[in-house]
Design a protein around this ligand. Structure first.
Ligand SMILES: NC(=O)c1ccc[n+]([C@@H]2O[C@H](COP(=O)([O-])OP(=O)(O)OC[C@H]3O[C@@H](n4cnc5c(N)ncnc54)[C@H](OP(=O)(O)O)[C@@H]3O)[C@@H](O)[C@H]2O)c1
Length: 318
């Protein structure tokens, strides 16, 4: 099968386009003929060699966890899926080898849901990882309620562009950061207060409008004191979901009864089914997608590394 793969860690240049043996599904898996996948920052971080203590690799590694496509084989213990079903899912595993930047990808049957005809394969492939991440942070961990407030860092990125409409769906007031070029985009997603981080100090702007702080912060940036600022901006008894790192060591977390945790997305076919239902009924806006052929995975990784992707970059396979 055609695939993108790497035989060693390194820069985007280690990515090769070529032929790999088609993997077989295990008993609890299905094999999906992938129509489209999408690029997540974790793909390039794993490629570069980060996180080896958590996620093991068997080289050559085919990267990628998001997929949308058709089932072509069903594992021996899978009863509720059929060959030909059109699905999307998050093919996350703690040991990577057979990812979704390929014509065929095995995936746990519990991690998929049906792809509705009204959502294209390319649009569907953009959804699993960021949607599950955002919903698990906002609703499950964050317990976000109508009338509450949330600060979502990096609103124009993959996670931000689904988290904003989800938070609006839950009835919250949304503060977000972006550069000026993405201001209209995040407003179109429903953001109430958009702060251009290149020209304004977001902490002062939010503090002015929410003197006691916000109920929840979704902190998706690395470095420059953003982890500490997230705590300062949170109300007493509020919550902070860290997407990249453990919470900072700050006495005020305990003193002000703030719940701060590093969250890691969890594949969940049932939750994905509910979220797809919300997208399908226009309850939440679909993220903008930029579609490229699979062969351009190297450039797509460079684009992701530059840190200014708007919405999601999708790779079309067949
Ligand atoms: N823990 C988990 O389970 C999990 C899951 C998903 C993602 N993540 C992490 O969460 C982070 C976000 O993921 P993603 O998929 O949304 O990434 P992404 O799509 O690559 O994010 C790109 C966005 O970041 C914005 N941005 C860059 N610098 C910024 C700044 N200083 N302030 C505000 N916005 C800024 C850019 O907006 P402009 O172009 O306007 O600057 C761009 O739209 C990544 O670090 C990723 O590794 C973690």
């Amino acid at each position: 099968m055609k695939a993108i793969f790497y035989e060693q860690h390194g820069t985007a240049e280690v990515l090769q386009v070529g032929e790999r043996p088609t993997p077989e599904p295990q008993d609890h898996e299905v094999l999906v003929e992938v129509v489209a996948t999408s690029v997540n920052p974790i793909d390039r971080r794993l490629r570069s060699g980060e996180l080896q203590e958590y996620i093991t690799r068997t080289f050559p590694v085919v990267p990628g966890w998001d997929l949308a496509g058709r089932i072509v084989k069903v594992g021996a213990k899978v009863t509720d899926w059929q060959v030909g079903d059109e699905v999307l899912g998050l093919a996350f595993t703690w040991s990577i080898q057979h990812g979704s930047y390929a014509e065929y990808c095995p995936i746990d049957a519990a991690s998929i849901t049906h792809k509705p005809a009204s959502i294209s394969f390319e649009q569907a492939a953009a959804l699993p990882l960021v949607s599950l991440t955002a919903w698990q942070a906002l609703s499950e961990f964050g317990r976000l309620q109508a009338g509450q407030s949330v600060f979502i860092q990096a609103g124009a990125g993959g996670v931000g562009s689904v988290a904003i409409p989800m938070a609006k769906h839950l009835g919250a007031k949304v503060y977000t950061t972006t550069s000026a070029k993405n201001s209209d985009y995040v407003k179109s997603l429903g953001a109430d207060v958009v702060i251009d981080y290149t020209s304004a100090d977001y902490e002062s702007v939010i503090r002015e409008q929410e003197p006691d702080g916000v109920d929840l912060v979704l902190e998706a940036l690395l470095g420059n004191g953003t982890a500490e600022a997230a705590i300062r901006l949170t109300k007493d008894n509020g919550r902070v979901a860290y997407m990249n790192n453990e919470p900072p060591e700050m006495a005020e977390i305990a003193q002000r009864s703030i719940t701060a945790e590093f969250l890691h997305h969890r594949p969940d076919g049932e939750m994905l089914k509910d979220l797809v239902g919300l997208y399908q009924s226009d309850e939440i806006t679909l993220p903008r997608v930029h579609i490229r052929p699979l062969e351009e995975a190297l450039d797509a990784h460079l684009q992701s590394e530059a840190g200014h992707t708007q919405g999601k970059v999708v790779l079309r396979i067949s």
